[in-house]
Design a protein around this ligand. Structure first.
Ligand SMILES: NC(=O)c1ccc[n+]([C@@H]2O[C@H](COP(=O)([O-])OP(=O)(O)OC[C@H]3O[C@@H](n4cnc5c(N)ncnc54)[C@H](O)[C@@H]3O)[C@@H](O)[C@H]2O)c1
Ligand SMILES: O[C@H]1[C@H](O)[C@@H](O)[C@H](O)[C@@H](O)[C@H]1O
Length: 340
């Protein structure tokens, strides 16, 4: 850390999320600065580095992590590149904020978890940003207060305007539904034991071969049921909602549509175009929380066990998607490092 205690961060991957996190660290949050950026596309890394005073550009994550100005790492490369970056950071005992998913499959997530367990202390926070969204936090506090009794069901909606090019069927689970997997585990405080995926007739807006929308069902260890409508080419905007059904009441997060407007014989609010807009404040809080905890020498928030458990559920989900069968989730025992 620099003499004033500011955290020097290397941001790995300078695409949509990485460049937004660079802007966030540079302009929005306190206690950190972007010391380096890394992208296998050197031109992109160079262009992003040029926008931040004193920022170095690299094409190799290991070289950036060896830079003396780097105290911590924010991983925003695509999921398949996360394992290598995490293992390199652990080898140097550097704190990490890793964008979701931790890794795209359970075996690689397990390798990452084993490496952190060998290190002997938690070093990574996983980018499940909904845990930092104000409405989701209110919902969590309400359920934890016990006012609604046991939570019996969650009804979730996850809609995107359109999928980016190259989006595949398994990504529906691994990249999108992974958020509901984390939200369900977090809100209910239970592991998911079984996954079922139903595939209605696809929308004509779905790119060739992609099953969209889908209905994903989770069953949990204490008998709760979670349904997720995931519709990634809905066309009209970005919508994420979660309604909890308790014994004594229901509550729904995700309806804040900004200004409520009456005009020309109609009433209504706005729908965010994408996650960058909808979850802007949550990303800000998430990165600030990571920086604050790291400067205190702590690791907080969703961690590697959460990333591993989510990857195991995703793996069952991808199998359930292909077979149409109710598919069990297999988890290794929870290591003591994560409260097991
Ligand atoms: N939390 C969220 O809501 C959210 C939203 C979008 C994306 N994400 C996650 O953020 C990550 C990045 O997604 P994105 O949409 O910004 O992708 P992107 O394709 O826009 O950017 C990825 C960047 O990483 C670079 N890259 C690829 N391999 C690399 C490597 N080995 N080392 C360094 N750089 C590498 C690419 O050249 C590209 O510039 C993914 O894990 C994704 O799932 C999270
Ligand atoms: O990578 C993105 C991101 O995680 C968004 O939050 C989610 O809504 C999208 O479906 C997914 O593709």
């Amino acid at each position: 850390m620099t003499r004033d205690g500011t955290l020097g961060v290397a941001v790995i991957g300078t695409g949509r999320m990485g460049s937004d996190h660079v802007r966030r660290i540079d302009e929005v949050i306190s206690g950190a600065r972007v010391a380096a950026v890394v992208d296998i596309d050197g031109e992109r890394a160079g262009a992003v580095a040029a926008s931040v005073p004193g920022c170095a550009a690299y094409t190799d994550p290991a070289a950036a992590m060896a830079d003396d100005a780097v105290d911590a790492v924010l991983v925003a490369s695509p999921g398949p590149a996360h394992e290598a970056a995490l293992l390199e950071a652990f080898a140097r005992d550097l704190p990490v904020l890793c964008e979701k998913p931790l890794t795209p499959d359970a075996a690689s997530a397990l390798r990452v978890m084993e490496a952190e367990v060998r290190l002997g202390h938690r070093r990574a926070q996983v980018g499940f940003m909904r845990r930092y969204d104000a409405e989701f936090q209110q919902l969590k506090a309400l359920l934890d207060s016990g006012a609604f009794g046991r939570t019996l069901m969650l009804h979730c909606t996850h809609r995107n305007a359109a999928t980016p090019p190259g989006f595949t069927g398994p990504m529906t689970i691994n990249d999108s539904v992974v958020h509901e997997i984390d939200v369900a585990r977090w809100l209910l405080g239970q592991e998911i034991t079984h996954v079922t995926v139903l595939r209605p007739a696809s929308s004509s807006a779905a790119p060739g071969g992609l099953s969209d929308p889908q209905l994903v069902l989770f069953e949990t260890a204490e008998g709760a049921v979670v349904d997720v409508e995931v519709f990634l080419n809905c066309g009209f905007g970005y919508q994420v909602r979660c309604e909890a059904v308790g014994e004594h009441g229901t509550a729904r997060a995700g309806d804040a549509h900004g200004l409520y407007v009456n005009t020309a014989g109609r009433w209504g609010g706005e729908i965010a175009p994408d996650y960058v807009v909808r979850f802007r404040a949550a990303y800000d809080r998430e990165v600030q929380a990571w920086v604050d905890a790291t400067r205190r020498g702590e690791t907080t928030g969703p961690g590697v066990w959460d990333g591993y458990a989510a990857a195991a559920v995703c793996e069952a989900g991808v199998r359930a998607q292909a077979t149409g069968e109710r598919t069990p989730v297999t988890l290794v025992p929870r290591p003591a490092l994560y409260g097991g």
